[in-house]
Design a binder for this molecule. Structure first.
Ligand code: ATP
Length: 492
């Protein structure tokens, strides 16, 4: 078989696998990332850019690929296939002529790589003819591209501070792939999972890593709440054009907690257009959510189906080994010397939320430094005595946190909800916000809403401030600790 014949055979295989209903467009798109390298002794050799794609092709997609090969008469000499990873094996940016002819709709435009567009991305052999890897599509030459972008990336959240375990391996691999080949690997990438499991961390890490690889790339991180506020302000101030320019002139848009847009019809519409513009122009979109698209309520169907165009991946609660590794990494970063058995003990007590796990380590170290003691098992037992995770039936309710905090500080619940900035009330409110963040799965915007419709940045600030104060002031440490005990005991 000549090289060109092989490319044509592989294009047919790709089309057949993508059309296979048992595969689905997101997984099928992985096949389009593969480049056929040749056939030797009946074995077809395929090169893919990522380890993650290799695993998918070799395991989950193997039956569908073999079925497609055996259905193509020209492929009869192929008895088996083997996949290798070759980082150079990126699809070309050249427009896919098959897709262009077939799909006159918006989403096959501007060299959209076949591997990222889901069902209409067959004809991968055309990509395979070029092996020139290129970052994002000439970011600097775009309209309005010279204005600096405020990326809003948090320096703390990088791939090298992210611990990989069974629960997040797939999401991590997909995030790395997106950063290494924006708009080529999976577009959009949709990451979902419960609160505190690392979705935000991965979003920021994608942005940092992409900027390290491609210094020109324009990245913007935005929480869905900020997007909403920005949109509302743009209407109020008649600055729609600036709003559009801000979000549509980036190469990578990282959107956190999309569930916040539920039932916000106008903002969804604005996001829909932003998404389409970016996707049509071969720009990467990454989205996180607490649930998968199908379970998002109050979203239009056309929006949800777009979320499924690329790759969906979830993050689950980490297993014990991963939790220990996360604590160890955190301890190393903070230059804390803590015995392995202690980290293991803490990790064994908190299973479902990494934020809570990290929060516990902070409390342990705060207690040790306030009392000038070394961190040993008796000390950890003292601190954890009343923090031990409750079982699922005993979930802490935010209303309990608020009422108990009010009672503890001799205030009314309305004081905590209200606007008063008097020092004592403000601190009590910040402690209640901190505890809502630590002890419940509520997102920052949801907590903000609970406290009289405050912005999520206020909650973020409160959490950060109280985290610092418990390490500096014994009174705050004691208050937070006592309140936690009361709240947890109250919910038993
Ligand atoms: N695998 C990991 N390795 C290291 N740190 C992690 C990991 N996963 C989560 N974390 C840390 O746990 C904390 C919570 O993570 P993050 O804010 O990313 O969660 P989230 O899933 O976005 O939660 P939410 O939906 O509530 O916003 C962060 O400090 C983050 O750095």
């Amino acid at each position: 078989m000549t090289d060109d014949e092989l490319l044509d055979v592989w294009a047919s295989v790709t089309r057949a696998v993508m059309a296979d209903p048992s595969v689905g467009p997101a997984n099928g798109a992985q096949v389009a990332l593969a480049m056929p390298r040749g056939i030797a002794a009946g074995t077809l050799y395929l090169a893919v850019p990522y380890e993650f794609t290799l695993k998918l092709l070799e395991s989950r997609l193997r039956p569908a690929i073999m079925a497609a090969i055996s259905a193509i008469p020209e492929a009869e000499e192929i008895e088996n296939f083997v996949v290798i990873v070759d980082e150079e094996a990126h699809p070309s940016l050249d427009a896919d002529p098959v897709a262009d002819e077939r799909d006159s709709g918006a989403h096959a435009s501007e060299g959209m790589p076949s591997g990222s567009g889901g069902a209409h991305s067959a004809g991968s052999a055309h990509m395979a003819r070029s092996d020139t890897p290129r970052p994002v599509d000439e970011p600097r030459r775009r309209h309005g591209a010279d204005a600096p972008v405020d990326s809003r990336l948090n320096d703390k959240y990088r791939f090298d501070s992210f611990v990989i375990g069974q629960s997040n391996r797939f999401a991590h691999a997909a995030a790395v792939a997106v950063a290494e080949a924006p708009a080529r690997a999976y577009n959009p990438l949709f990451i979902y999972g419960d609160s505190g499991l690392g979705k935000t961390h991965l979003l920021h890490a994608i942005g940092h890593y992409a900027r390290e690889l491609f210094p020109e790339v324009r990245v913007r991180y935005v929480s869905s709440e900020d997007f909403t506020n920005d949109f509302i302000n743009s209407i109020a101030n008649n600055q729609g054009a600036a709003f559009h320019a801000r979000y549509r002139s980036v190469d990578i848009l990282l959107v956190d907690d999309i569930q916040f847009l539920e039932d916000k019809v106008e903002t969804q519409e604005a996001f829909f257009h932003t998404f389409n513009t970016l996707h049509d122009h071969n720009k990467q979109v990454v989205i996180t959510s607490d649930v998968q698209p199908k379970q998002l309520r109050g979203f239009e169907e056309r929006m949800l189906s777009r979320f499924e165009w690329g790759l969906l991946t979830d993050i689950q609660a980490p297993d014990l080994e991963t939790r220990i590794a996360i604590l160890r990494k955190k301890a190393q970063r903070e230059n804390l010397e803590i015995d392995h058995s202690i980290l293991e003990f803490i990790a064994s007590k908190f299973s479902s939320n990494i934020r809570e796990l990290e929060g516990t380590l902070i409390r342990v170290t705060a207690y040790a430094s306030l009392n000038q003691q070394r961190i040993d098992m008796p000390l950890v037992h003292t601190v954890l005595k009343d923090l031990i995770t409750l079982d699922a039936d005993n979930e802490v309710q935010p209303s309990d946190i608020i009422s108990r905090t009010a009672e503890y500080f001799d205030l009314s619940v309305d004081d905590l909800y209200g606007p008063t900035r008097a020092q004592q009330i403000a601190t009590a409110r910040q402690i209640a916000m901190y505890l809502c963040r630590e002890l419940t799965p509520l997102s920052l915007p949801k907590i903000g809403q609970l406290f009289g419709g405050r912005d999520h940045t206020t909650v973020m600030y409160a959490h950060k401030k109280i985290s610092q104060l418990i390490a500096e002031r014994r009174s705050i440490y004691n208050q937070v600790q006592e309140l936690t005990t009361r709240i947890k005991q109250g919910s038993r």
